[in-house]
Every structure is written in C-alpha cells, then in structure tokens.
Design a protein around this ligand. Structure first.
Ligand code: PLP
Length: 376
C-alpha cells in the first residue's frame, strides 16, 4: 500500500502505540489520585505537555489538552464570542478555513456576530489590504489558518498578528493543525494569542488535540466538573492519548519535501497542459493538490484505491457532506472542471521516492483509462 492521505490522518508510530498500550494496561492511574499510580499518571501528562510546549516555544502552563483540533478551534471561536460579545460584534476569518472554524463562526453569526470571511488570491492566501479594510474597533477575534489543509498554502500569520495587535484589541487565533510538524512554529515569534494543534496529523493517536492560550488570556470553560486542566477543561485526562501525542511530537524531525517535489515534477512532465497544480510555490512539504482535467476526482480516487494507493479529493473531514465541490478551490477561483478533477496527495516521512515512481506508473494508466471513458 502507498498511503498519500496524511493530511487526513497519519499512521501511529509503533513506539507511540507501545507507550500508549503500556499506559493503558500498567500505568493506568488517574492523575487526580493521590497515590503512587496517580502521581505517575500526572508525571506522564506533565512530560507530554512539556514536549508540545517545547515544540511551539510556549510555556507548559500555556498548553491545554482537548479532544481534537476541532475542539480547540470551537473553544476559541465560541469562547471569545461568549466572553467578548459585549465589547464588539465582529469576527474576522477566511473563506478557506476548515469546517472546525467555519461552523462555529456560523454559529456565532446566528447568535448575533458579524463575521467577515476574507477572500483569498490564486495562491490561497489572504491579502493584507483586505484584512486591514475589515479590521474595525469592534473586532474581537481574527482567526486565520496557518496552513490550508487542501492545498498546503501558508498564511502570513506573524504579519497578521502584528497588524491586528497594533491596530485593535482583537485576539488572534491560528488553526495550526496542518502546520504543526511541517513548519517550525514559535508562538512567541509569531505573536498569536491562541493556536490549535491535533495529535493524529503528526503520527499520534486520534481524539487528542491541544490549544495554546497565551498567558494572561482567559477563555470560558465549556466542560464544567472536576476542574482538570487547571479548571479550563474538566474531565479525567486521557493519559494514554496525551502520552501518545507527546511521544509522537518528540519523534518529529525536519520534514523532507523530496517525495512531494519529485511527484510534482513527474506529474508536470507526464501530463503537461492537461493538469493544473493547485498547490502554490510557497507551501508546506506535505501537500500537493493537482487537477486532472477531464477527470472526476472521486473516480480517480477509487481507481487508485484498487491499486492500493490512497489519496483524497479535497479534505477528508468534509468531503462526505460536500456536494458543490471544494470551497477552498472555488475561493481560489478554479473553474468547475478544475475543481471536479482535483486530487490531494499528502505526504509523511514514511513516503519514499520509489513509491512516487510506482504512483506515477499507476496514475498514468488510470488517468488515461478514465479520460477515455469520459470522452465516450
Ligand atoms: N483544522 C484543520 C486545518 C484540519 O485539517 C483539521 C482536520 O483535518 C482540523 C482542523 C480538525 O482536526 P481534528 O480532526 O483533530 O478534529
């Protein structure tokens, strides 16, 4: 099998799974218990928090565990709205966010917020002029994703945070789910107030995320109960998932762009004008989005699947519910035919150049076959 759907989710590394299994069966204490097993569990959680904090150059006290990237995003959007709606009604985000931001933004809109969805250019990047024009005195939150999950574009987060902080009282959030592990992230340098990450995108387990909250900022708690996570998110900590996330983060090394670059070059050479590369030059090494003109991406996906090559059309999380085509590609100005034929290849450190040669062989066959059928 050749797995090229790593932006949807990644394989948990053996060492990570082993650590988690040990915690579930041996070090299974509750961090709130006062005995030795409890203290041990508390230590495990502390180590994982430290690993994630270090990777972001945050203080461990600024990292809060959540159940996923979606929860981190929801917590910020709904939390800032709930706590600041008396100060202002405006929330600024982008048209190309993940539904984990778009849906809570819509919820805020339905509850009285005025949400501005910034457009993007052909590189899937917002224009600073648009942000400057949208930023008003009553803006309470600006939430812009760090890396787009469908095309891999990188937004100028530091520039955004600097401008917003210099010209308003708004908080700045970035959904860094697809940036974490691919780019060096330094929360102090980029200057955001909140940042979301997720475990299963970096070879950790599913069902665990984290939220960076800058010291001094308070968000309301949605989970009330025993006061875990320093009162911010009650509920017994999932020690195995937290430890798995921490262990996966410790294993992260510099992400190699060679498989993506090589596949991109081969696709361009082979298919010439009959494809369109949708991933901009300035992008993460993990994503390559290509439109195969005259093809239906879903058909290509299943033809590749038959040869045990796994890819995605747009983002996996939303492709079940989407009928109109990718909101990201449409926002970038792609034509319907280009949207319909768009495949996302997404990479991890487990992909090799040899695999890319195999992908090219299969891809050449399936695209040719499919195009012939479409012409009939
Ligand atoms: N944000 C982005 C940009 C994503 O790509 C995803 C998942 O694909 C999420 C948020 C949601 O993360 P999770 O699956 O951990 O809820």
């Amino acid at each position: 099998m050749i797995y090229l759907d790593n932006s949807s989710t990644t394989r948990v590394k053996e060492a990570v799974a082993e650590k988690m299994a040990n915690i579930m069966t041996k070090d299974f204490g509750n961090p709130s218990s006062l005995h030795r097993l409890g203290l041990n569990a508390e230590k495990i959680v502390k180590e994982a928090r430290l690993a994630i904090a270090k990777k972001l150059n945050a203080n461990p006290s600024e990292i809060f565990f959540t159940s996923c990237g979606t929860e981190s995003d929801n917590t910020v959007v709904k939390g800032v709205w709930e706590s600041r709606k008396k100060q202002g009604k405006r929330i600024i985000t982008t048209a190309v966010e993940h539904p984990a931001i778009l849906e809570p933004a819509k919820w805020c809109e339905a509850n009285g917020a005025e949400v501005v969805y910034l457009p993007v250019d052909e590189n899937c990047c917002i224009r600073m002029e648009d942000l400057k024009a949208a930023l008003t005195e009553d803006t309470i939150l600006v939430s812009v994703m760090y890396v787009n999950n469908e095309v891999g574009s990188i937004m100028p987060i530091k520039e955004i945070a600097d401008y917003v902080h210099a010209h308003s009282n708004a908080y700045v959030h970035t959904d860094a789910v697809q940036a974490f592990g691919k780019l060096d992230i330094d929360v102090k340098k980029i200057g955001v107030d909140f940042l979301s990450v997720s475990g299963h995108k970096v070879h950790g387990p599913k069902g665990i995320g984290a939220l960076y909250i800058k010291t001094g900022i308070h968000l309301p708690s949605f989970m009330l109960g025993g006061g875990q996570e320093r009162g911010f998110r009650s509920g017994t900590e999932s020690v195995p998932l937290i430890a798995g996330f921490g262990a996966a983060v410790l294993e992260l090394s510099k992400f190699d762009s060679a498989p993506k670059d090589y596949l991109c070059k081969c696709i361009k050479e082979k298919f010439g004008d009959s494809i369109k590369i949708n991933t901009p030059k300035e992008s993460v090494p993990s994503v390559l989005n290509v439109s195969f003109l005259g093809c239906r991406a879903e058909v290509l996906l299943h033809m590749l699947e038959e040869e045990e090559i796994y890819v995605s059309t747009g983002s996996a999380c939303s492709s079940n519910t989407k009928k109109k085509g990718s909101h990201v590609l449409l926002a970038m100005g792609l034509k319907p035919d280009e949207v319909e034929g768009a495949i996302r290849f997404s990479f991890s450190d487990e992909n090799t150049l040899e695999q890319m040669d195999e992908v090219m062989k299969v891809l050449t066959n399936v695209v040719e076959k499919h195009r012939k059928l479409m012409k009939r």
